[in-house]
Write a protein that binds this ligand. Structure first.
Ligand code: AKG
Length: 248
């Protein structure tokens, strides 16, 4: 466990850790969601290490907002998205309209299958005001959430655009997917984008958070702040996660 993860877990120990087996009442899910929200605010993620059921996960996720998508993640050769493949998934963010992502571990990979996380919550400290403004003009594509338009399993692809940096009244949010950059940027945008990728690379060397969920544990992340990915796993891996996309 990394120093950072240990820190996070210690600070949330009373709510998110512990030996009890499941919770059945809404009030327990509500109490837990308070701890999760606090951890999302401070660390950008919350690892619920207290063993629980998929039903508990669902109940807790509902306390965090509206679930807009549920996905079963397991190696599925006939599906085309990278999330069903055994290859490494590079650090990225999901649909930027979705604020919180949650994964519940039904079965972990035998060898690894850890979630890899990178925090961009300090972006304003690393870039000048001018560079931040330039980043608000750098558009990154994201798949159209309407499955009638974007459904790679049916040969349909359609993308919308979202800025790399989005200035909100309370914070500066990031949306980055290295394989969904637009076809062309001007010279200034290319320069700032190169500095941004170097910022991520340097961070990845020293600040990558690695969380290997055990069966019965879950992980929530702030999708407008944290990048996530995972290393490659075996094609025969039985790893099985339930994912939810949550809008606040
Ligand atoms: O399999 C995982 O751990 C992550 C999959 C992923 O990238 C996603 O859910 O967006």
């Amino acid at each position: 466990m990394s120093e950072r993860e240990r820190e996070g877990r210690n600070s949330e120990r009373s709510d998110l850790d512990g030996a009890r087996n499941s919770w059945s009442r809404d009030t327990e899910a509500a109490d837990l969601s308070t701890g999760i929200l606090a951890s999302l605010r401070t660390l950008g993620y919350a690892h619920v290490a207290r063993p629980h059921t998929a039903g508990d996960f669902e109940m807790t996720a509902c306390q965090l907002g509206s679930i807009v998508l549920r996905t079963d993640l397991a190696i599925t050769p006939e599906r085309s998205s990278i999330v069903y493949k055994s290859d490494e998934i590079r650090l990225h963010q999901d649909n930027p309209e979705v604020n919180t992502l949650g994964w519940y571990c039904v079965q972990q990979d035998e060898i690894d299958g850890s979630a890899l996380l990178l925090d961009t919550g300090d972006i304003v400290a690393h870039f000048s005001r001018g560079e931040i403004v330039t980043m608000t003009t750098i558009n990154v594509r994201y798949p159209d959430p309407d499955q009638a338009r974007h459904n790679p399993d049916r040969g349909l692809t359609a993308y919308l655009l979202w800025p790399l940096v989005n200035e909100k009244s309370t914070r500066t949010e990031v949306y980055y997917v290295p394989w969904l950059l637009a076809d062309s940027y001007d010279e200034n945008q290319r320069r700032v984008l190169a500095k941004f990728t170097e910022y991520l690379r340097a961070k990845e060397e020293t600040q990558l958070v690695r969380i290997r969920l055990k069966a019965g544990e879950s992980l929530f992340i702030d999708n407008n702040r944290m990048l996530h990915g995972r290393g490659s796993i075996s094609q025969n891996s039985k790893r099985f996660l339930k994912r939810v996309w949550i809008k606040r």
